[in-house]
Design a protein around this ligand. Sequence first.
Ligand code: SF4
Ligand code: FES
Length: 293
Amino acid sequence: MFSCTIPLLLAESHRLFNPGCTPEAELTSDFYIPQGYQNPSPCLVWYLVLLPELITFEIRVSRSAEAGIRKGFDTFRMALEPRMTVLDALFEIQRHHDASLSFRCACRVGMCGTCAVSVNGLPQLACKTRAAAPGRGTLTVEPLPHLPVIKDLVVSLDPFFQQWKQVLPAFRPKHPESRELASIPEDSTFARAIPRKRDCITCGACFAACGVKATSGEYLGPAAINKAFLRLMDPRDQAKKERAALLNDERSGVWRCHAQFNCVSVCPKNIDLADSIARLKRALLFPQRLART
Ligand code: SF4
Ligand code: FES
């Protein structure tokens, strides 16, 4: 697409700024680089602005015994098209340079959470991260830290989901046999809190970015705690005591959080995880507040 777009834009800009130019003149080489260079035409400016940017990708690869054990960085130099994401670039590398490169993705629009990788040291969604940025010559792509690597950029999210399961993420209705629809008043604390807390796509970025999680295997991690917070706030839920006990645990619960805010800065859904943790700490100190939610 890019290769067709440039000539079209060049032609359009040339006609715009040179209304007297004939189609025959457009066919000459002067059309692209005006004579003498002293007065570069808008066509040349367009060309320079739209010239594909060259960028170096350093990708951490880890290969198994069958493929010949290999660990380290592979380097690829490639031209980027405008608006290309890191995921697009990984596909390009897989198509043209290394067919065995492994990475994970599904939706490609930031909804499924499967493509999270570490880009220049920050856990991010590959499909939502632009590859080109002003002044960026090298882009380092690695698997999410603190999670077991399966191959190349693919990690196992087992440790993440083990913690997630611990907080009893499924809804436990107070009246499981009831056929009435439970209503949530619009102005209730729960209704007001939901929109900012419910959009987790379980990408694991906050888990990988958390400095406490890096040193403590037992800590539940920001995403699981946020999920428990949502359930605790829900007036229809009946497992409040069990969840509160888990969150109050000295080694795995909310008290391990040192409020480093790494989770908040990497969450692709902009969930204020530190706020959920702080509010849970307050609720555990003052249980009457928990009872009112
Ligand atoms: S809370 Fe945000 S960063 Fe953490 S798993 Fe959910 S979407 Fe990803
Ligand atoms: S591929 Fe689904 S979030 Fe990136």
